[in-house]
Design a protein around this ligand. Structure first.
Ligand code: FAD
Length: 428
């Protein structure tokens, strides 16, 4: 009998357990997660949850019954701190709470944690991060307080922009500061960045690009009788942005500590192959913690770590099959979404390595798509309020076909009519 231990109980961990059962594995499965909550979805935390529209049950991934029905043992609120592994592969995980969990198969779905701001003043009350349920449980009510009039968001990535959009919808005065020259610059091309800059400004958020932060300001701790509250953010040029609340969203750091301890290859994430197998050939890893060969389009080369629900689910399915000795490899088109106010961004494919873009539609009308090309072949697209175009493009990518750039730019012609075979092999 084989016992599978899954460390990390979020999107990837739960999907991995589900797939093991779907594939017919009847052996014991133990899942352990350090958070004191039943496994839940993170995306609503910066959207509906922050707006106060959701109850805890709305974000829970599976009911208690679901685990019972599948005979999956779920341990919440305890952290695996060390893993001892025998040369044969079996081992024992030791937890902070004193548990010893024997296993024969091991899956790491340890995700990522919020990158911390290295500045003086981050411990003032009112400085929040937004990665997990506890963050959201404290930020939600703090944002809803009438006294929290001025909100400064640090970081112009997806989390920062979603939080800024919600704060504006709640009527707050919002200032967003981003250190680089454009928003979401790590993921999207300039036309999409420029659009989001204009769109957030149109909705009343003040956006400062290229901002260098000096420190977080707060009231005198002794005057408050406890740790003082945040009062503002000071920039290196001396400007002070007054704040009753600060939300920090400056990216994440993959949780690789157990992988390091196990001697697995780690380079910006737990290094896995396209079957989600780590460097020891028997541990699997999936989700935000894993870095894998760029899956799309094939042949492009390089390694990529993707932070998205879709990726966590797809990798988890592959990792489960691999644990059972079945052949599986990442072959679907990655996709992602972000909701900011009434703007739905959907991204199909991976734009890494693009050499040109085509804008289809009118960004000012808040309905358009940015298509990414490499060697004349479509590899990805950002679609804003264009769900039908997103689906069409995702299908084109899945079939390995393309849309010639000139045709893609012509909104008079439906995308589907312009699809052709992709003749060019991509050079890595
Ligand atoms: C606020 C927010 C909004 C988001 N919005 C979107 C969105 O709109 N669209 C989208 O596609 N993606 C979104 N994402 C990203 C998406 O939620 C993540 O990509 C996804 O949750 C990754 O799942 P995961 O299981 O790999 O990792 P995680 O969700 O990070 O889960 C890993 C779990 O492992 C636990 N863990 C780690 N180490 C140990 C240990 N040693 N012992 C026990 N437990 C451990 C962690 O505590 C954590 O609970 C969002 C993320 C956040 C935070």
């Amino acid at each position: 009998m084989q016992t599978t231990l899954i460390v990390g109980t979020c999107q990837a961990g739960v999907q991995l357990a589900a797939t093991l059962r779907d594939l017919g594995d009847a052996d014991p499965i133990v899942m352990i997660g350090e958070e004191g909550h039943r496994p839940y979805q993170r995306p609503p935390l910066s959207k509906g949850w922050l707006k106060g529209e959701l109850e805890p049950d709305d974000v829970i991934l599976r009911t208690r019954q679901w685990y019972e029905d599948r005979d999956i043992q779920l341990i919440a609120g305890d952290r695996v701190v060390t893993i001892h592994r025998e040369p044969g592969g079996s081992g024992v995980a030791h937890t902070l709470g004193g548990r010893q969990i024997p296993f024969t198969r091991l899956a790491l779905t340890t995700g990522a944690s919020a990158r911390r701001l290295a500045l003086p003043g981050t411990d003032y009350r009112g400085v929040h991060y937004l990665r997990d349920a506890d963050d959201a449980i404290s930020l939600g009510p703090a944002l809803a307080e009438p006294g929290a009039e001025r909100v400064v968001v640090i970081g112009g990535g997806f989390i920062g922009l979603e939080a800024a959009a919600v704060a504006r919808q709640l009527g707050k005065k919002v200032t967003l500061v981003e250190g680089t020259g454009r928003l979401i610059g790590r993921v999207v091309a300039e036309p999409t960045s420029d659009f989001y800059l204009a769109a957030h400004r149109r909705r009343g958020t003040e956006v400062i690009l290229g901002a260098r932060l000096a420190r977080i300001l707060g009231e005198d701790a002794s005057a408050a009788g406890r740790r003082g509250s945040v009062t503002g953010v000071e920039l290196e040029d001396g400007r002070v942005l007054p704040a009753d609340l600060v939300v920090v969203g400056i990216g994440v750091i993959p949780r690789v500590e157990l992988a390091v301890q196990l001697g697995l290859d780690v380079a910006g994430g737990i290094v896995v192959d396209s079957a989600c197998r780590a460097s020891d050939g028997r541990t699997v890893a999936a989700g935000d913690c894993a870095i894998m060969p760029n899956p799309y389009p094939a042949g492009l080369g390089g390694m990529i770590r993707i932070e998205s629900v879709n990726n966590a689910l797809e990798q988890a399915k592959i990792a489960a099959a691999t644990l059972l000795g079945q052949d599986a490899s990442y072959s679907t088109v990655p996709w992602f979404w972000s909701d900011q106010a009434d703007l739905k961004l959907q991204i199909a494919g991976l734009s890494a390595g693009y050499d040109s873009v085509v804008v289809r539609g009118e960004p000012d009308a808040e309905r358009f798509a940015v298509l990414y090309y490499r060697d004349g072949r479509l590899i990805a697209a950002d679609c804003v309020n264009q769900p039908a175009e997103f689906l069409a493009i995702k299908q084109v990518l899945a079939k390995g076909r393309t849309i010639p750039p000139l045709a893609a730019a012509d909104t008079g012609v439906p995308l589907k009519q312009s699809v052709v075979d992709a003749p060019v092999a991509l050079a890595s």
